[in-house]
Write a protein that binds this ligand. Structure first.
Ligand code: FES
Length: 103
């Protein structure tokens, strides 16, 4: 078991236990943080949008087309934006850091 670091919208840092096989969205949601994830992880809502820090971003697998086109329609996207439901946690991601995007 590893962990991820998530900054909430108030700037408060949370260290969450992370288990391989779960998506980042599921880890954040199950910890009770405020992430809407309206579509439940189907890559259809963009309400699981997070900003990775630069080093963390570089560890992720590249985006699939459906994530890219959903992010195209999302607000406040930056170079380190990802949809957290499309990132599956694995051991090499231990310690990655991200911020919840505004609602
Ligand atoms: S939860 Fe809807 S796109 Fe991720």
């Amino acid at each position: 078991m590893g962990s991820i670091i998530v900054l909430d919208r108030e700037g408060k840092e949370h260290k969450l236990n992370a288990q391989s096989g779960l998506t980042i969205m599921e880890i954040i949601r199950d910890a009770g943080l405020d992430i809407e994830a309206a579509c439940g992880g189907c890559c259809a809502c963009a309400t699981c949008h997070v900003y990775l820090d630069k080093d963390s971003f570089s560890l992720l697998k590249s985006m699939q087309d459906d994530e890219e086109s959903m992010l195209d329609q999302a607000f406040s996207v930056n170079n380190y934006s990802r949809l957290s439901c499309q990132i599956e946690y694995e051991e090499k991601l231990d310690g990655i850091k991200m911020t919840l995007a505004p609602e």
